[in-house]
Design a binder for this molecule. Structure first.
Ligand SMILES: *[C@@H]1O[C@H](CO)[C@@H](O)[C@H](O)[C@H]1NC(C)=O
Length: 101
């Protein structure tokens, strides 16, 4: 029993940290925006076109910043497909300049 607690407690703490980091915004996309976009950036069967709420969030996003995450482990770690994420701005608004990355 005592052994179990030793193993479970650190896991819970890691989970709490992870939840905390999800509450942050990424590249000016709010937490709400991220959850609105999630169905459109996860395989399989991404929702296309993205929801209006997602597009609102993406329209205010810092795309330069998003580029810097393209090859990072962070997006896949959050269950986000980087290629789908990069495609969001142009799916929402075809006149959006595609981030050059
Ligand atoms: C966007 O992100 C880049 C890289 O993080 C940063 O250098 C730049 O200042 C940001 N631009 C805006 C408008 O916040």
């Amino acid at each position: 029993m005592a052994k179990m607690q030793l193993v479970v407690l650190p896991l819970l703490m890691v989970a709490a940290l992870f939840e905390g980091s999800l509450a942050m915004s990424i590249c000016d996309i709010s937490e709400d925006g991220l959850s609105a976009c999630r169905p459109s950036v996860t395989e399989p069967n991404p929702v296309d076109p993205p929801s209006i709420d997602c597009c609102k969030a993406v329209s205010g996003a810092n795309l330069t910043c998003l580029c810097s995450y393209k090859n990072s482990y962070l997006l896949p770690y959050l269950g986000i497909d980087p290629d789908l994420a990069m495609g969001l701005p142009s799916k929402c608004n075809p006149s959006t300049p595609v981030p050059n990355c």
